[in-house]
Ligand binder design. Sequence first.
Ligand SMILES: [Zn+2]
Length: 220
Amino acid sequence: MRLVLMGPPGAGKGTQGARLSERLGVPRYSTGDMLREARRAGTELGERARRYMDAGELVPDEVILGLIAEALERPGATDGFILDGFPRTVAQAEGLADVLSARGETLDAVIDLQVPQEELVRRLSARRVCPGCGAVWSAERAGLAAEGARCPECSTPLVQREDDRPETVRRRLEVYRSETSPVLEWYAGTDVPVLAVPGTGDVDEVERRVRERLQEGAGA
Ligand SMILES: [Zn+2]
């Protein structure tokens, strides 16, 4: 199956993507992972990506699409793939459709993991990081939300990242929505089914819903 997994920060895309990848036996590609891997491998595309990243600039779509095209050539991707967090724009969605059509392929479905904004704000703003050992904790764990709570691993006082403060989280979510709603609209005008899946509840329950939606909507 060839799938795109979409969802705002905090929706649980990482967890669901990993489970789906395991169950379907297909690789999961996120742009972050692909860029890191290309940098490490020192490929020509990786070098180009590195120059943009070192300059603090966005890596252009053509470089990312090139990395995706390379990834799809590998033996692991013959039965399909899951793209996690890509495409983020209509131009990227069009580029992806071109890469696939050059291979005689199309997407089987776009999964849109949906979680209400206030739930996302709650989830993301509950994160605490440990400046000592780098661990990330959910403050929903007993006691960790309190002022002065310490890391259960190394006892360093925990902090909340600027990015995880409720106002910042709301802004991040707004950016996500304004970027991605045109992408969902674009897919709605194609033959690719867009499968909305509620991402609330526990992870097993969400996984079951994803599986059901795929069976109904994409014949998995
Ligand atoms: Zn720690």
